[in-house]
Design a binder for this molecule. Structure first.
Ligand SMILES: NC(=O)c1ccc[n+]([C@@H]2O[C@H](COP(=O)([O-])OP(=O)(O)OC[C@H]3O[C@@H](n4cnc5c(N)ncnc54)[C@H](O)[C@@H]3O)[C@@H](O)[C@H]2O)c1
Length: 463
């Protein structure tokens, strides 16, 4: 008889996962489950509205050295849950469909992992929060931006009280005309699918602020417009006008915004070769009429800590990345990241040619400013994706003093800022976030060390 203590059966069982929505983003989860985390998880089902992409995902399993999981049409999602009995449902469909899949998964007794944004309107948020309470199942929202080492470092500086109590934040996010333009080609270009960039994209940014500050949003005022991705811009560029799509565009050779689906192996296999199944064009003209999302957005947000945020998002910028500054009672942190866009135009990661990629600078109220050596890691989204996947799939994730794992409470607190911004665009007024769904659920936050009633001013700063 072996003297090795036997592990309980539960510890040996791999987590059974299914994925719904096997487009571009799902590959991250599929590859993690089938390679790095294969000892802890297994892929037991694939579901999509497009039969061709299901077959592509099954071929991806073979390339990963894994047995392909059975595929199910979107209409057979509930049957997949009944037959495949997953522990976890991973939702990587277009934004406006997330909540329905998450709720049905939880009602079937599964936990859910959903891509951001968790929801695209207030009714969806309420529905998910109610289902979470009723079923007791877990919902994780994959805010990978939190895991980027340089952003975790900013959290570390704030938690350490480096600049005292944060009273205001200035945050400006730029998308360049490769990455930014892509949102105007795809399903994202219609608010009914994505909630617009205030929801689809800014959910990352509003979550970062909530998490960095350990705060919940109270009110939002916003402005927004679309003046670049328009038929008029096509004419200013010397084109006759906008067209249906790049693949058949009579002016493709003259357009700097052409996306060559046929010339990109990944995009061709995922989208062009599967159009016959659903008629979805991945390369629609970025200047066409009918787009209803903004390309230029500003928001002023107040928080329950008293902090205020001045935010902007621009989708046709000369460079990709962001600047954020925290104004605290003891000084200021200025953090900047320059990003470069991946070849398929879908994602970006730190990297800026000759420019400094990441800079983080602390400027005390009275004293010399200094640069902080940035924390780094490799991989998608500045190494954030890899760290997040470890946190999700590892059988024993390391304790995390920054509390980066996010649930539906953080998902709601982030997305409701964007939803309030959209309402503010429509009404022209200030929107109280609590008016959208009632009292906000409060996420768990790592403790922030300072409080406004005990400002530690250095002696030299007085008088
Ligand atoms: N966290 C990040 O940094 C990050 C990055 C990229 C994408 N995302 C998110 O991932 C999600 C998917 O984005 P993507 O770029 O992979 O889009 P995509 O268009 O490449 O893939 C979406 C897939 O969902 C399928 N689908 C559409 N409607 C469906 C339905 N009703 N039922 C089942 N399947 C359906 C489509 O056929 C397609 O295969 C989005 O919510 C997006 O916000 C997150």
């Amino acid at each position: 008889m072996s003297d090795t203590p036997s592990r309980p059966a539960a510890a040996l069982a791999r987590r059974r996962c299914v994925i719904v929505g096997v487009g571009s983003r799902s590959a991250l989860y599929q590859d993690a489950i089938e390679t790095v985390h294969a000892a802890a998880a297994e892929l037991v089902g694939l579901c999509d509205a497009n039969a061709g992409r299901i077959e592509l995902a099954r071929r991806r399993s073979l390339a990963n050295g894994a047995r392909p999981a059975p595929g199910y049409a979107a209409a057979d999602f509930d049957r997949m849950l009944a037959e495949r009995r997953p522990d976890t449902v991973i939702v990587t469909t277009p934004d406006a469909t997330h909540v329905d899949f998450v709720v049905r998964a939880m009602e079937a007794g599964c936990d859910a992992i959903t891509e951001k944004p968790m929801a695209t309107d207030a009714a969806q948020c309420r529905r998910l929060l109610e289902a979470r309470r009723r079923t007791g199942r877990q919902c994780r929202v994959t805010f990978n931006y939190r895991y980027s080492p340089a952003r975790s470092q900013v959290k570390d500086l704030l938690m350490a009280g480096t600049i005292g109590d944060v009273l205001s934040v200035d945050f400006h996010w730029m998308l360049n005309t490769h990455h930014g333009a892509d949102y105007f080609r795809r399903w994202h270009a219609e608010k009914k699918n994505s909630g617009g960039l205030f929801v689809h994209k800014a959910t990352h940014h509003f979550d970062l602020v909530n998490w960095w500050l350990g705060a919940s949003p109270v009110s939002v005022m916003a402005t927004g417009k679309r003046e670049f991705y328009t038929p008029a811009t096509a004419r200013r560029m010397g084109l006759a006008g906008s067209h249906e799509r790049c693949h058949t565009c009579p002016e493709a050779g003259a357009c700097a915004f052409r996306l060559d689906l046929a010339g990109n192996e990944t995009l061709r296999a995922l989208y062009l070769e599967n159009e016959r199944h659903d008629g979805y064009f991945r390369d629609r003209c970025v200047f066409r009429p009918g787009i209803d999302i903004e390309d230029t957005m500003n928001a002023l947000v107040t928080y329950d800590t008293g902090a205020t945020l001045s935010y902007s998002l621009n989708a046709f910028n000369a460079w990709e990345g962001y600047t954020v500054a925290f104004n605290g009672t003891l000084g200021r942190i200025e953090h900047r990241m320059v990003e470069s866009v991946y070849a398929d135009g879908v994602e970006s990661a730190p990297g800026g040619g000759t420019q400094a990629v990441v800079t983080t600078r602390v400027v005390p109220l009275r004293g010399a400013g200094y640069e902080v050596e940035p924390w780094t890691a490799t991989g998608g989204h500045g190494g954030g994706d890899r760290l997040m996947l470890e946190d999700i799939f590892s059988a024993a994730p390391a304790a995390d003093k920054y509390l980066r794992a996010a649930d539906e409470r953080a998902g709601a607190c982030s997305v409701l800022v964007g939803i309030a911004a959209n309402r503010s665009l429509a009404s022209g007024g200030r929107i109280d976030v609590a008016d959208l769904i009632g009292p906000l659920p409060h996420p768990d936050h790592a403790p922030m060390p300072t409080r406004r009633d005990a400002l530690p001013m250095p002696a030299a700063a007085r008088g």
